[in-house]
Write a protein that binds this ligand. Structure first.
Ligand code: MN
Length: 293
């Protein structure tokens, strides 16, 4: 082991999102980061919306977003409370509940809808989810769409900090536990819960983009000031160590991925490499080439 192999990753910046908006009529979200501002720095991660936590009254209405397309990237939906129901033009679909993850590779394009689960909507109650957009390299942007419905039971849990913290390995690997999500480029996606005072030094690959998203509670990262709920913290690619101390009970996402060093050109639900590719995506969608529901 060399002297630099456990060097801390320096915090390059952080910010708390105050931006609040509705996605359709089902998802009250804060966008914690988006590629239009931080695309290169956060590559391969494009965007993260945190919906809730909030409470919905029982309803027989369908709450959510009706049919819309995507091309050129992946949407990763992590449900914390409530239920999300999905259906897409490639024939995939399903309802995911607390702890479950939907990893949808839109790639060449599909049309899907995202609603609250019917049973959940009837009951009402607490709702919280995160949706992460992951970019695809140019070579995979026009590949066949894919859907990975990942139940909570398939996601390994790694006890940390003497059992006072726990990481769910959605993608990548932590302490030998491999996440079930198959990814196109190398990345780790860890869903971490920590009790107040718990501390753990995560070891991350040198050279990978490393971001911490605080969904609940607050934490310090490599001796930062407390990072509160709905904060994104971004770290240098150099270095390997990220030491997190929970200032209070906390739920965070650790995102760590090999950067895709390619241009990012996006518009609405399409993220490609060039303007003409975006134009083509719009034409293809209008001509029904992404399918119909
Ligand atoms: Mn969508």
């Amino acid at each position: 082991m060399t002297a630099t192999s456990r060097a801390p990753k320096a915090l390059t910046g952080f910010r708390t999102s105050e931006d609040f908006h509705w996605v359709g009529d089902g998802f009250p979200v804060r966008t914690l980061f988006a590629y239009d501002e931080l695309g290169a720095e956060l590559s391969p991660f494009l965007l993260l919306d945190h919906a809730g936590p909030t409470t919905f009254a029982p309803t027989t209405q369908r709450l959510g977003v009706g049919p819309h397309p995507h091309r050129g990237f992946e949407t990763v939906t992590i449900v914390y409370e409530g239920e999300v129901e999905h259906r897409d033009s490639a024939g995939a679909g399903g309802t995911i509940g607390p702890g479950d993850v939907q990893w949808m590779t839109a790639a060449s394009g599909l049309v899907h809808e995202e609603f609250h689960g019917r049973e959940f909507a009837k009951r009402g109650g607490a709702f919280e989810m995160a949706q992460l957009w992951v970019n695809l390299p140019a070579r995979a942007k026009m590949s066949t769409p894919r859907y990975q419905g990942i139940t909570s039971a398939r996601i390994p849990r790694v006890a940390l900090a003497g059992g006072r913290a726990e990481a769910r390995v959605i993608a990548g690997e932590l302490d030998g536990a491999k996440g079930p999500a198959e990814t196109v480029t190398p990345m780790h996606v860890w869903d971490v819960r920590m009790s107040a005072g718990a501390e753990h030094a995560f070891q991350l690959p040198e050279g990978f983009t490393s971001a911490l998203v605080v969904l609940r509670g607050s934490v310090r990262a490599n001796d930062s000031e407390p990072l509160r709920r709905d904060t994104l913290a971004l770290f240098e690619r150099a270095g390997t160590e990220l030491r997190i101390v929970a200032a209070e009970d906390a739920c965070v996402l650790l995102l760590c991925g090999e950067p895709i060093e390619e241009p990012i050109v996006g518009q609405g639900p399409f993220v490609m490499n060039t303007g003409p590719e975006i134009h083509q995506a719009i034409v293809d969608y209008q001509n029904g080439k992404m399918g119909r529901l």
